[in-house]
Write a protein that binds this ligand. Structure first.
Ligand code: ADP
Length: 263
């Protein structure tokens, strides 16, 4: 087992703002993610899930403990990471394919290459869009796409620089139930095809069990991991899996842990 993300006994206290005291968001937080593994993190609101994402990508730093990605201590924004959030936040004045290319404008070596070989990169964006069922959508503006299509495009944006680590912060939370299930399958296929390491933060236990190799449950804040559960359901999983007893039992068990965490 090669550990890819190693979070060891981390505490993070947000600094005081104005009259408000500093807030201890996570404490005693430890988890390890293997290379190529898909993990999901679930827990009550405010338990520190987004904080965990920020710690892993180098947007926040621990007050105590250590965070390592790909064997290196995290000291600044992690360039091998791609991210997708609940709200896709596309730039409305840019075509969808140019939105997908955004990360390449900040990450070297792509940044310099992009200027010289824009057409080639645009084709790459179009190919990626086609692979998630958005053939031809690159030439449209994001506001011409439905919410589900925008979220597909935002997954492409998270993947365009072929990140080794993909961070998914409630990316399907704002979608209706059917679109969400479609996107689970898109995500499943992208992970199977590309083999990146993924950390998904979600409120949706079915989503966690459908996509993940392991599910971590966090305690109420200050958050730490209270349960770690292997998902022994074979892949490939499909939507029928959602109704199988092993799946339903595991979702039920996790629901019990969350109820305890909230108590
Ligand atoms: P979750 O994503 O699980 O809802 P967060 O990681 O966003 O939780 O937040 C964990 C706790 O830290 C919450 O109580 C939140 O109010 C607090 N918090 C988050 N960001 C900040 C910040 N920048 N300054 C102060 N407190 C914060």
């Amino acid at each position: 087992m090669t550990p890819f993300v190693e979070i060891e006994d981390v505490a993070l206290r947000y600094p005081p703002q104005g009259a408000a005291e500093g807030h201890l968001a996570v404490s005693g937080l430890s988890l390890t993610v293997r290379k190529g593994e898909f993990v999901a993190v679930v827990g009550p609101s405010g338990c520190g899930k987004s904080t965990l994402m920020k710690l892993t990508t180098g947007l926040s730093f621990p007050t105590e403990g250590s965070v390592r990605v790909a064997g290196q201590p995290v000291r600044g924004p992690v360039s091998i990471a791609g991210m997708a959030f609940q709200n896709p936040v596309m730039l409305p004045w840019r075509l969808t394919r140019d939105n997908v290319l955004l990360p390449l404008e900040v990450v070297q070596p792509h940044r310099s290459r992009l200027r010289a070989r824009r057409k080639e990169y645009q084709e790459r964006a179009e190919a990626l869009l086609a692979s998630v069922g958005l053939k031809g959508a690159g030439a449209k503006y994001p506001w011409q796409l439905s919410g589900g299509m925008q979220q597909r495009a935002s997954l492409c944006r998270a993947l365009i620089h072929e990140p080794e680590l993909v961070m998914l912060d409630e990316p399907f939370g704002a979608l209706d139930a059917f679109t969400r299930e479609e996107l689970w399958q898109v995500m499943r296929d992208l992970h199977a095809a590309r083999g990146f390491t993924a950390i998904l933060v979600t409120h949706d236990l079915r989503e966690a069990v459908f996509l993940a190799d392991r599910v971590f449950v966090m305690s109420a804040g200050p958050g730490r991991i209270i349960v770690e559960r292997e998902v022994a359901i074979p892949r490939p999983r499909d939507l029928e899996t959602l109704y199988e007893p092993a799946f339903v039992d595991l979702v039920h068990e996790l629901r019990g842990h969350i109820a305890e965490a909230r108590a």
